[in-house]
Design a protein around this ligand. Structure first.
Ligand code: KIV
Ligand code: ZN
Length: 441
């Protein structure tokens, strides 16, 4: 089957940077831009040059240093912004000016205080100006999804006629629904003359948690550029998450027969770098790159994954750059997973001894959320009546655990007074057939 190529437009350094706590200085932006290049994005929106001297310098530095992807700078639809953007971008191998102007009546009336006619003229004139400086011009009718449909068609027609090469339809306030957004894109494709010669792009915000769904709906009806950010950062609830869009296409080519140039194994390193640079952590259950995205706690799940990861994993951790899946030991874990983790720590038990470790483990897991390796080691020592020691030197700590330590999975330091000391001695050692049955799961 013919697979359409989707342009991945990364706006982590512009819209993403607009999220609270995510601002980056010039060296930080440059470092992230190199990583985005390694990741294989097609366009890096490096900043909004008129916004500050720092942003100007960042765009200029990225334009000079990163030569493969298109480097884009944002500008309002006015001469000062556009010329400033061009000054920052002109050293780029592949520069793009991104001009935007709000088109919804709410924005025209309360924010810009201009009429629809003035808006139309301003869009047309400023796309022409940008085009006189740079061949690659993107235009965005801000708040497009709350814009009157007839007027949206007129604005898009005007900018296509004025020479825009990409028309981006933003769901600025995250208001649209997937089917509705698809209809808007479809309508523009049917009604704007010459739109087949420009790239239709989408830019979705996540206020209703629908940014990725809306993006996918638009791609399904012919949009060919997706604007997105690493970790989904961006204004308010954020932008569509790059990693989710890319992996939706990878995992479901039967529904989304599209290709991107993204090297998916760079997704997790990119996410980690962004968290490190901004100091903003990723929520644990974030799809694709959250620390729980490949973690399995329930015994039934652990048992399945150990037998065959396909049972509960729809992509491999390695495919997104996470070194290995991680079995989280908690109160729902089964004996199979516990025994494996013990083996990984260098301890093998015969059945009766494992039973004892498991009973104590269950008591502990009932009291603390995750049983970490250092908890388990102490527990094993208690069962074996061993003095505290370092695990056997020949034992290899498995990749996932090493990765957890080295790549940002939090492994809490041992507590001053170990919870085992408080809990294990109260464990009653009796267990019956019913418990034995449950251990299998
Ligand atoms: O959300 C938005 O409308 C924007 C535009 C500048 C594209 O970020
Ligand atoms: Zn935005």
């Amino acid at each position: 089957m013919e697979r359409a190529r989707i342009t991945v437009f990364d706006t982590t350094l512009r819209d993403g940077e607009q999220s609270p706590g995510c601002s980056m200085n010039v060296p930080e932006k440059l470092r992230m831009a190199h990583q985005l290049d390694r990741l294989g994005v097609d366009v890096i929106e490096a900043g909004f040059p008129i916004a500050s001297d720092g942003d100007f310098q960042a765009v200029q530095a990225i334009a000079a240093a990163i030569r493969r992807p298109i480097i884009c700078g944002l500008a309002r639809a006015c001469e000062l912004d556009i010329r400033r953007a061009w000054d920052a971008l002109k050293g780029a191998a592949r520069p793009r000016i991104h001009v935007f102007l709000a088109t919804s009546d709410i924005h025209l009336k309360y924010k810009l205080r201009i009429s629809r006619e003035q808006c139309l003229e301003q869009a047309r004139e400023n796309v022409r100006l940008a085009k006189s400086l740079c061949n690659d011009v993107e235009f965005s009718p801000e708040d497009a999804t709350r814009t009157d449909r007839e007027f949206l068609v007129q604005v898009v027609q005007a900018v296509v006629d004025a020479g825009a090469t990409t028309v981006n339809i933003p769901d600025t306030v995250g208001y649209t629904m997937p089917a509705e957004f698809g209809e808007i894109i479809q309508m523009l494709r049917e009604r704007v003359r010459g739109i087949e010669n420009v790239v239709i792009s989408v830019h979705c915000h996540n206020d209703l948690g629908l940014a990725v769904a809306n993006t996918m709906a638009a791609l399904a009806v012919g949009a060919r550029q997706a604007e997105c950010t690493i970790n989904g950062i961006g204004e308010r609830a954020g932008n569509a998450s790059l990693e989710e869009i890319v992996m939706a296409m990878r995992v479901r080519p039967d529904r989304y027969a599209y290709d991107t140039a993204v090297a998916s194994e760079q997704l997790y390193p990119s996410s980690q770098m962004l968290s490190e640079v901004t100091g903003v952590p990723v929520q644990p259950n974030k799809a694709i790159i959250g620390r729980n995205a490949f973690a399995h706690e329930a015994g039934i799940h652990q048992d399945g994954v150990l037998k065959n990861p396909l049972t509960y994993e729809i992509m491999t951790p390695q495919s997104v750059g996470v070194p290995d899946s991680r079995l989280v030991l908690g109160k729902h874990s089964g004996r199979h997973a516990l025994s494996l983790r013990c083996e990984q720590l260098g301890y093998q038990f015969e059945r009766r001894e494992l039973d004892e470790v498991y009973r104590k483990f269950v008591v502990l897991a009932d009291q603390i959320k995750n049983v970490e390796d250092h908890h388990l080691l102490q527990l094993i020592r208690e069962v074996r009546h061993e003095a505290p020691r370092i695990p056997p030197a020949h034992v290899e700590i498995p990749g996932a655990i090493a990765a957890a330590a080295g790549k940002g999975y939090p492994i809490p330091a041992p507590m001053e007074r170990h919870p085992l000391e408080m809990t294990l001695h109260s464990a009653h050692d009796h267990h019956g057939e019913q418990e034995d049955y449950l251990w299998g799961v």
